[in-house]
Ligand binder design. Structure first.
Ligand code: PEP
Length: 249
């Protein structure tokens, strides 16, 4: 059985006080569940967040990291630094990173290598823009993001990879892929992995859906066979909404 996961991406939101208040609320409200629950606060709040969730089943993860081991990369954060404070998972390739910070499949492939070298798990984001979807190119775009970012990996590395399919047109817009659209592309993603690595590997990869998941649509989306949970943006900033989404899985 592959893992069910609900991950909250806080992006550049919540100062220290707000982060700790939200965590404290979550600790009271997050149900005991078989699903893994992750939250990704901003870098500066990772240390207190890791401390605050100790002993709970909430995992604190990073939103990004650099591909280099260390060195002259002003403003950047390395895998080793994250590991040293107890962060064992990072999101990579979020569409905002790809769009605003020029992250490419090639630079992401390097980041994936560095993360895995440091025994970190990766939540790797993929997803097409609206123009791609309108031109019926979404399968090509998503397929090449997977191939270019991840197909250099050996089969055994896939146990450390979680995929997050996030159509860019659905992120923060209130637009959501329909459950059937999500299932269609999640199935395509799993088949793409199976064609390269075999069904045994593909069936174990958790594929999350992200893009305006809310308390009132989560259940329908999560019910789809190839949807193994969600990467949640806006709704992860409100404890009650995030908890309702977790309960939907
Ligand atoms: C995200 O940015 O990963 C995301 C899914 O955002 P939202 O839920 O706000 O659309």
């Amino acid at each position: 059985m592959r893992k069910k996961i609900v991950a909250g991406n806080w992006k550049m939101n919540n100062d220290l006080n707000k982060s700790l208040a939200l965590i404290s609320d979550l600790l009271k409200k997050v149900p005991q569940t078989n699903a893994e629950v992750m939250i990704a606060p901003t870098f500066v709040n990772l240390i207190p967040a890791v401390e605050a969730v100790k002993g709970s089943h909430i995992e604190v993860i990073a939103q990004n990291m650099h591909f280099a081991e260390n060195g002259a990369y002003t403003g950047e954060i390395s895998a080793e630094m994250l590991g040293s404070i107890g962060v064992k998972t990072t999101i990579l390739g979020h569409s905002e990173r790809r769009a605003y910070f020029n992250e490419t499949d090639e630079s992401l492939a390097k980041k994936v290598n560095t993360a895995l070298k440091h025994n970190m798990r990766v939540v790797f984001c993929i997803g097409e823009e609206l123009a791609d979807r309108k031109a019926n190119k979404h399968f090509d775009v998503v397929g090449s993001q997977i191939k270019n970012g991840l197909f250099h990996l050996p089969a055994e590395a896939w146990q450390h990879i979680v995929l997050a399919y996030e159509p860019v047109w659905a992120i923060g817009t209130g637009e959501t892929a329909t459950p059937d659209q999500a299932q269609e592309i999640h199935h395509f993603i799993r088949k793409t992995i199976a064609d390269k690595y075999g069904k045994g590997v593909a069936d174990k990869v958790s594929i999350l859906y992200g893009g305006s998941v809310k308390p009132d649509n989560a259940k329908e989306i999560f019910a789809k066979e190839d949807v193994d949970g969600g990467l949640i943006g806006g709704a992860a900033l409100k404890a009650d909404d995030f908890v309702t989404i977790i309960k939907s899985i």
